[in-house]
Write a protein that binds this ligand. Structure first.
Ligand code: GRG
Length: 295
C-alpha cells in the first residue's frame, strides 16, 4: 500500500500545479466566480481519475505534460459534478472534502456558475494543441469525454439516481445506474491514456475491461464507506443512503457480500492488465487501494 500512497500523492501534487495554472484567480469584477471554482477544485480530493489518465498514458510513453492536461480536464468535470450534486435541488449536502460545500461557502447561484465554468473549461483544455499535437486525438478526447459526462453517462446516471428515490431498484438496475453515474467517467479516465498514446485495439480493450471492473469496485467501496465510515474520514456526511431509504449494493447484498464482491472485482480488474507486464503494476495497486481506502 505504501508505494501506491506515495505515487498517488506525487501525481496529485503534479495535477494540483496544473489545475492551479489552468484556473487562475481573476482580477475582474466577477472574481468571485473563479474564487468559487478554485475553492472547489484545489487542495482536496484523491485525484484518482487523473491518476488513471497519467498511469494509463505512461503505458504508451505519452509525454506526461499532455497526460496531466487531460487528467486536469477530467478532474474539472468531476469537481463540477460534486458541486452540482451537493446543491439543495440534488443531494443538499453541507460538507464536501471536509469543507463547507460550494453553495454554503458562496451561494447557490455562484455554485451553479462555478460548475458551469469547470464543465466548459474541461473541453477548452482538451481542444487546445498543448494537450496533443494531433487534432484527431484531441477530437477523440472531446467526443469521448462528452459521451461519458452527458445523458448517456454521468448526467443520465444522476437522473436515474434521482428517480431511484421513488422506485425500488434491484442489482441489475443499480449496476446500470452506477455504470452511468460514476463508471462512465472512470472508464474514460482509463481509456484516455490509450487515446493519447494511439494504442492498438487489444490494449484499449484491456484498459476498458479494467475500467469496467474498477468502476463497480469503486462504487461498492463508496457504498461501504457510507455505511461504515465517519464524516471525518470521508469528508462528507455518511449514512445518507440508508436515511433516504435508497437501495445500494450494500443494502441489497449486505456488508460482507458487498466487500467480497468489491475485492473480487479489484482482482479481476488487475488481471485484465496482465498483457502490459510490470508497467501496469501501479494501476493494479490502485485497484487494491480503491477497495481498501477509508476516504
Ligand atoms: C449533478 C451533473 C451531476 C452529476 C452528479 C458523479 C455524480 C453525479 C455525483 C457525485 C456524488 C457522489 C457522491 C457520487 C458517488 C461516487 C463518487 C463520485 C464519489 C466521489 O468521488 P471520489 O471518492 O472523490 O473520487 P474525491 O473527493 O476524492 O475526488
Amino acid at each position: 500500500m505504501s508505494y501506491i500512497l506515495r505515487d498517488l500523492k506525487e501525481k496529485a501534487d503534479a495535477i494540483e500545479d496544473v489545475l492551479d495554472r489552468l484556473l487562475p484567480s481573476a482580477q475582474d469584477p466577477e472574481f468571485r466566480l473563479m474564487d468559487a471554482v478554485r475553492y472547489s477544485t484545489l487542495g482536496g480530493g484523491k485525484r484518482i481519475r487523473p491518476y488513471l489518465v497519467v498511469s494509463g498514458a505512461a503505458l504508451f510513453s505519452v509525454d506526461e505534460r499532455c497526460a496531466l492536461r487531460a487528467g486536469a480536464a477530467i478532474e474539472m468535470i468531476h469537481c463540477y459534478s460534486l458541486i452540482h450534486d451537493d446543491l439543495p435541488a440534488m443531494d443538499d449536502d453541507d460538507l464536501r472534502r471536509g469543507q463547507p460545500t460550494c453553495h454554503n461557502k458562496f451561494d447557490e447561484a455562484t455554485a451553479i456558475l462555478a460548475g458551469d465554468v469547470l464543465l466548459t473549461k474541461a473541453f477548452e483544455i482538451l481542444g487546445e494543441p498543448e494537450t496533443h499535437a494531433d487534432p484527431a486525438v484531441r477530437a477523440e478526447l472531446v467526443v469521448s469525454l462528452a459521451r461519458a459526462s452527458g445523458d448517456a453517462g454521468m448526467v443520465g446516471g444522476q437522473m436515474l439516481d434521482l428517480m431511484a428515490e421513488e422506485r425500488d431498484l434491484g442489482i441489475p438496475e443499480i449496476t446500470r445506474l452506477q455504470r452511468l453515474k460514476t463508471g462512465a467517467l472512470i472508464s474514460f479516465s482509463c481509456e484516455a491514456g490509450g487515446i493519447l498514446g494511439k494504442a492498438p485495439e487489444p490494449q484499449r480493450h484491456a484498459l476498458k475491461a479494467y475500467a469496467h471492473d474498477l468502476g463497480l469496485a469503486f462504487q461498492i467501496a463508496d457504498d461501504l464507506l457510507d455505511v461504515e465510515g465517519t464524516a471525518e474520514e470521508v469528508g462528507k456526511a455518511t449514512g445518507k443512503d440508508e436515511a433516504a431509504g435508497k437501495a445500494t449494493f450494500v443494502s441489497l447484498l449486505g456488508v460482507e457480500r458487498a466487500r467480497e464482491q468489491a475485492n473480487m472485482l479489484a482482482d479481476q480488474a488487475s488481471q485484465h492488465l496482465d498483457i502490459f507486464g510490470e508497467k501496469a503494476d501501479c494501476l493494479k495497486q490502485l485497484a487494491q487501494f480503491v477497495v481498501k481506502r477509508r476516504t
